[in-house]
Design a protein around this ligand. Structure first.
Ligand code: MN
Length: 482
């Protein structure tokens, strides 16, 4: 249970795998998967005498992310070696940035319900990934896959601004959305393209000091992150309440038990013997290079959401769905160039187009109807020529099957157009009233609800094509004349 005497302080170290074709310091294939140990070379295997070479694409993508987060871009970048021993790190060190990371400061806005909160970024550095150790394939052996060794990463280190599992979830969701908008990463958590280490400490409510923290390693889903945080907060409060002290530690979270357990005493930076990477020269970024990257930034998720609500009067709910992916947002913005009925356009995207894409496993880019056709569909409803049902349940699928046909012509061919033709409707209305003289009397005695019955009969006879507003008007006039 939540103990309100304490506040939870959380900072994250988020690793993002960058969408480059080759690895950070050699030409190996950087894509996910492949047969174990096939995306490797003498460089990624750490053979003596091999030399690293910086990947321009890694630097560009890191710069793009930093600019989107409002960071200061460091013009003088240097690489460092972080030394540690592990079987999936054949060189015995990781190339990373210690003293001069590429991005300093910045922030990311997260959304909790309908309110926004800004989370500070301490810095972002570039580095390479290690390989993967697999301990579950055989009882007495571990296996090593070095396909991931040397894949380019950025590590985003936040300020300790997060206060709950919910906020961590919101931060990771916003980060995933951002890296996808920027096309710097696919943000796929299951494949490890986006993962985080969670630093957790507690303090008495109102205190301003930061206590010793525990780091929970490699939580690979938001559900587990929340569980790990809940458990860790409970454990730390229990420890402090019992008169103990939280020790700085690195912890492992076991998803099967929901419990964290010590992995090792938390290392300090000096344990890694960081020193400048002697085989890579500093990377100097000119201001024209940085301006060039900046000029190519796309619209960002927060701005997209704000525009949808402010310029197009969408609800927060609709704006959330449409701004979730950049492609959806841009599709909507393109559609509203052709119609001013923004709500109808949003409904069409959310209720018809996205479900269709999902069903046939197409991306929006493969959606066959141009915005002009969709705007024409919306207009047929707006002008009363088509009922909502006929438009979206019948005509829309027919348009998808005949993308080249004019929607109006297609609606005519399918006999879907509503009739607002007064003479035609007048004739049917008279037939209906003649057939049900008793009901007409009841209506005239005051049972006005019967108008629904007459409309139903009229609709049946017109085969659903009567414009409801016009037809109701005609029925009422006739009933009052009788
Ligand atoms: Mn790291």
């Amino acid at each position: 249970m939540a103990n309100t005497a304490y506040e939870t302080i959380i900072g994250l170290e988020v690793h993002v795998q960058l969408a480059t074709e080759s690895k950070a310091f050699c030409g190996d294939d950087a894509s996910f998967g492949g047969e174990p140990n096939t995306h490797v070379s003498a460089v990624s295997l750490g053979h003596p005498g091999t030399l690293p070479k910086a990947n321009g694409r890694q630097i560009e993508l890191a710069t793009r992310l930093g600019l989107a987060l409002g960071c200061k871009i460091n013009t003088h970048n240097a690489f460092d070696r972080k030394n540690y021993f592990y079987a999936d790190l054949p060189k015995g060190y990781q190339i990373t940035q210690d003293k001069a990371p590429i991005c300093i400061g910045g922030s990311l806005s997260i959304k909790i319900g309908t309110t926004w909160k800004s989370i500070g970024i301490h810095h972002i550095h570039m580095e390479e990934d290690a390989g993967k150790s697999i301990h579950t394939m055989a009882p007495r052996h571990s296996f090593i896959d070095l396909n991931r060794a040397g894949v380019p990463l950025v590590e985003i280190v936040t300020e300790p601004d997060l206060r709950s599992g919910e906020e961590v979830d919101a931060f990771m969701t916003a980060m995933r959305q951002l890296v996808r908008y920027l096309e710097v990463s696919d943000g796929n958590m299951e494949q490890g393209s986006l993962r985080c280490d969670v630093n957790i400490s507690i303090r008495e409510q109102g205190a301003t000091i930061l206590n010793d923290r525990c780091e929970v390693k490699n939580v690979n889903s938001m559900k587990f992150a929340r569980q790990a945080i809940d458990y860790e907060v409970w454990r730390q409060i229990g420890l402090v309440e019992a008169g103990g002290k939280v020790k700085q530690q690195t912890l492992n979270f076991d998803p099967n038990t929901g419990v964290t357990s010590p992995l090792r005493e938390k290392e300090d930076a000096h344990d890694y013997r960081y020193f400048p990477e002697p085989d890579l020269p500093p990377v100097v970024l000119s201001s024209s290079y940085i301006d060039g990257v900046k000029a190519q930034l796309p619209i960002l998720p927060e701005a997209m959401h704000r525009d949808l609500m402010e310029k197009y009067q969408l609800s927060d709910y609709d704006a959330n769905i449409i701004s979730e992916e950049k492609a959806t947002g841009l599709f909507f913005l393109n559609l509203v160039q052709h119609t001013s009925n923004f709500k109808a356009a949003a409904n069409l995207v959310i209720n018809r187009i996205l479900p269709w894409c999902q069903e046939v496993k197409h991306s929006l880019a493969q959606f066959p109807l141009p915005p002009q056709q969709l705007a024409a569909l919306i207009q047929l409803v707006e002008t009363g020529k088509l009922s909502n049902t006929a438009a979206y349940q019948t005509l829309f699928p027919a348009m998808l099957a005949n993308p080249a046909q004019d929607p109006l012509a297609l609606a005519e061919k399918l006999n879907l157009l509503q009739s607002s033709d007064g003479d035609f409707l007048q004739k049917i209305a008279e037939e209906v009233l003649t057939q049900f003289p008793d009901k007409v009397k009841e209506y005239q005695k005051g049972k006005k609800g019967l108008i629904g019955f007459f409309m139903g009969e009229l609709m049946k006879r017109s085969k659903g094509k009567a414009d409801p507003k016009v037809a109701t008007g005609i029925l009422e006039t006739l009933l009052n004349q009788r």
